[in-house]
Design a protein around this ligand. Structure first.
Ligand code: ZN
Length: 456
């Protein structure tokens, strides 16, 4: 009897205690989470539900608010607790009519999409000559006032890459090209889409205007249309008739939604994706996928019944596309909390091929452990401990929070990104589940650990 009582006591004690790091148990649990999610995760039904029943989720609109209602229900259904919605102010920008046509003896309609925060033309549009720039550097060299009364057309050469780096290099064309052209007198701007597909799908995305610069009409051309216009410009003078009628309201509102698996200790790990999307499709790879992957990973951990040491907090940020409004509001509101690690899934649904980090040196053995558990998923380890903190987690990381970067294969991401083609059929379920497997195992290992991760 005494022996039995001793064993009962031992079992009860170990069940109550937080799991010790480096025990075979912890690694076994991570491997089980990995293998269960890889066989079949909850991500696909979640992604199907969000993109079918809610659809596009443009920031600060009722559609984005319906996305939050969906999120609250999905988080509760997954068994997460402490569900919170935190509102923040931001401007509302909505697309209007958008048409472009080469005028003259050989008229030609061009496929365009207004850039977020584009200014508007009069309702009947404007007609003006085009000035061609091969890239952003060429526009920089244009003399002041040289674009008075003209439409600037900025070309570039974005390449297909696995890591998406060409988007970063050429992104300046969209983000600040229109403002630079406006400062030299342009009445409107067209850019070659930041994309890699050769379909007549323009890629939208935000542009920015410095204080004091009135927005001018700005739109992206699909790649075939950009090349058509470039050939016409090379052949001789070409004019365009352009109609862009977006609406702007400075007093809009968006919100972040969060929920938790409470830990036994005070520290917090933040994971998630952004709930808003562009309006041209259903916001599937950007970023319904990130929402579904991280929610499915949290649900997998919750369903396994294992209790984390660190609280796992799932955050769905609002209004990322239009300038990381949600991430900035979140970083400010939560800067005093002990958030030790933060990671966002926002690069589609294709497979993770590499894992990098940015944590305190004390956390590097944990990163090595995570990499070992993820290796069977075909995820390469890297010693790069300077992973960038992009997107919504950037403000947390700038404040000292550590991060891990699940680097996804971006080879086809920019065929669909911000286009009318960002739809559910583009998602490969096997690759989607590989993402969930990696997130569930890695976040469990980090949440059951106690080694310091914050960099300051
Ligand atoms: Zn995104």
């Amino acid at each position: 009897m005494r022996i039995l009582a001793f064993f009962l006591l031992l079992t009860a004690t170990s069940a109550l205690a937080a799991p010790d790091r480096l025990t075979p148990d912890r690694l076994t649990q991570a491997a089980a989470l990995r293998d269960t999610a890889l066989a079949k995760s909850e991500a696909w039904p979640l992604l199907e539900s969000l993109t079918t029943n809610v659809g596009q989720r443009l920031a600060a609109t009722p559609a984005e608010a319906r996305g939050r209602d969906w999120a609250v229900k999905a988080m509760a259904a997954a068994g997460l607790v402490n569900i919170r919605t935190e509102a923040f102010p931001m401007p509302l920008w909505e697309r209007g009519t958008e048409t472009a046509e080469i005028t003259g003896a050989a008229p030609q309609r061009l496929a365009i999409a207004a850039l977020g925060f584009s200014g508007a033309t009069p309702a009947d549009g404007i007609t003006a000559p085009i000035v061609y720039f091969a890239d952003y550097a060429a526009l920089q060299e244009a003399p002041p006032a040289s674009l008075n009364g003209k439409i600037a057309f900025i070309d570039h050469r974005m390449m297909r890459t696995q890591d998406g780096s060409s988007y970063g290099v050429n992104g300046v064309v969209r983000r600040v090209g229109p403002a630079l052209a406006a400062s030299k007198g342009a009445v409107a701007v067209l850019i070659r889409s930041l994309g890699t597909d050769y379909h007549r799908n323009p890629h939208t995305g935000s542009t920015t205007w410095p204080e004091g610069q009135a927005p001018i009409p700005a739109a992206a051309l699909s790649l075939p249309d950009a090349e058509q216009l470039a050939r016409r410009a090379k052949a001789g003078p070409v004019s365009l008739h352009l109609v862009l009628t977006p609406r702007f309201n400075p007093n809009g509102q968006s919100a972040n939604v969060s929920a938790e698996i409470p830990g036994t200790g005070p520290e917090i790990i933040v994971i998630g994706g952004h709930l808003d999307s562009w309006d041209l499709a259903t916001g599937t790879i950007d970023d319904g996928a990130g929402v579904a992957i991280t929610l499915a990973a949290a649900k997998a951990i919750k369903d396994s019944g294992i209790k984390p040491r660190r609280t796992i907090r799932l955050v769905f940020w609002g209004a990322e596309e239009e300038g990381i409004w949600g991430g900035r509001a979140y970083g400010e509101a939560h800067k005093a909390e002990p958030i030790v690690l933060a990671a966002e899934s926002d690069f589609g649904a294709d497979r993770i091929y590499r894992l990098s980090s940015n944590v305190a040196d004390t956390g590097l053995p944990l990163i090595a452990e995570i990499q070992r558990v993820l290796a069977p998923l075909g995820i390469a380890a890297t010693r790069n401990n300077s992973a960038g903190g992009d997107g919504d987690v950037a403000p947390l990381i700038a404040n000292g929070t550590g991060t891990i970067n699940f680097e996804q294969d971006g080879s086809r991401y920019f065929d669909y990104h911000h286009t009318p083609d960002d739809t559910l059929d583009k998602v490969d379920r096997t690759q989607l589940d590989q993402n969930v497997a990696a997130w569930a195992a890695a976040i469990w290992l980090a949440a059951s650990d106690d080694r310091a991760l914050r960099k300051k």
